[in-house]
Design a protein around this ligand. Structure first.
Ligand code: ZN
Length: 282
């Protein structure tokens, strides 16, 4: 096993440790409630929260070509009632030790943000490899059930790779290990980017939706998943992305709002471009 293999192993171990911790935490929480207060426990975070995933899927939905939309509707009809937004979190629901590494990629903390599959994505086991593999499957002549599964993965992973900390650094597990006090509770930087900033958006969900809509513009998929991951890595590597100290300053959230909106909007447009290209001509 190379360096990347060891990293993935560490991540898997951590995940198990986290699960164990969560069981213990539930017990502690029960005691806390019994004592008359609720401790602000950080919850395990894995990806854009459901709000982020749904937003990205909805942006994409609005930019589908008629041909892609027809093919997506045909595949979704295998599970009546499902929509692009409703399937967008499926990949987190079925996450297992064997697929956990498909949701992120780790870069060296050297500021270069250069994606090197041989070091960072052994056997395609990272978000870039997963996007490339599942997109090819979606565009293929595979049975519809398999292609629907591929669609669910593509919708999820294209969003994940745009959550900057899904292309961060192994040493703090993409910000999961960077503990912070924010909004009056203990949390970590990854969880804030997954869902904390979204849930604390000034003016609420409608206001965020409007900001994302305003930032949305049609684009092509560009050079694809490798470049998207490198872009996210550059966001994480930028000065000031990691808040100074472990308390979120009042100046941090306003500074990141534009980046958050941009990432959600561009993820949706690129997802549409991928789907249009994969499904447009069948
Ligand atoms: Zn994910």
């Amino acid at each position: 096993m190379g360096r990347n293999g060891n990293r993935m192993f560490c991540r898997a171990e951590w995940k198990q440790g986290r699960l164990r911790m969560r069981v213990v935490a539930n017990g502690v929480r029960a005691i806390a409630i019994a004592l008359g207060f609720v401790a602000g426990m950080p919850t395990a975070a894995s990806a854009w929260g459901s709000e982020g995933h749904r937003l990205v899927a909805e942006v994409a939905q609005g930019q589908l070509t008629a041909a892609a939309r027809a093919e997506i509707d045909r595949l979704l009809a295998l599970e009546p009632g499902s929509t692009l937004a409703s399937i967008s979190t499926w990949a987190d629901e079925v996450r297992s030790p064997s697929t956990a590494s498909w949701h992120y990629v780790n870069f060296p903390r050297d500021g270069a943000c250069r994606y090197e599959p041989d070091r960072m994505c052994l056997q395609g086991s990272c978000v870039v490899g997963a996007i490339e593999r599942q997109t090819a499957l979606l565009a293929s002549q595979a049975p519809d059930e398999e292609r629907l599964k591929a669609l669910k993965y593509v919708v999820h992973f294209v969003a994940d790779v745009h959550q900057p900390l899904h292309a961060g650094f192994a040493d703090d597990r993409g910000g999961n290990g960077y503990q912070l006090q924010a909004y009056g509770r203990g949390t970590n930087l990854h969880a804030l980017w997954d869902s904390g900033f979204i849930r604390q958006w000034p003016g609420g969900a409608a206001s965020l939706q409007a900001a994302v809509d305003a930032a949305t513009h049609q684009t092509d998929a560009g050079p694809g998943a490798r470049a998207w991951a490198e872009e996210s890595c550059r966001v994480v590597s930028a000065e000031g992305f990691y808040p100074r100290g472990h308390k979120l300053g009042d100046d941090y959230p306003p500074g990141v709002r534009a980046v958050l909106v941009q990432q959600l909007a561009i993820a949706g447009s690129r997802l549409a471009a991928v789907l249009n290209r994969s499904l447009g001509k069948r």
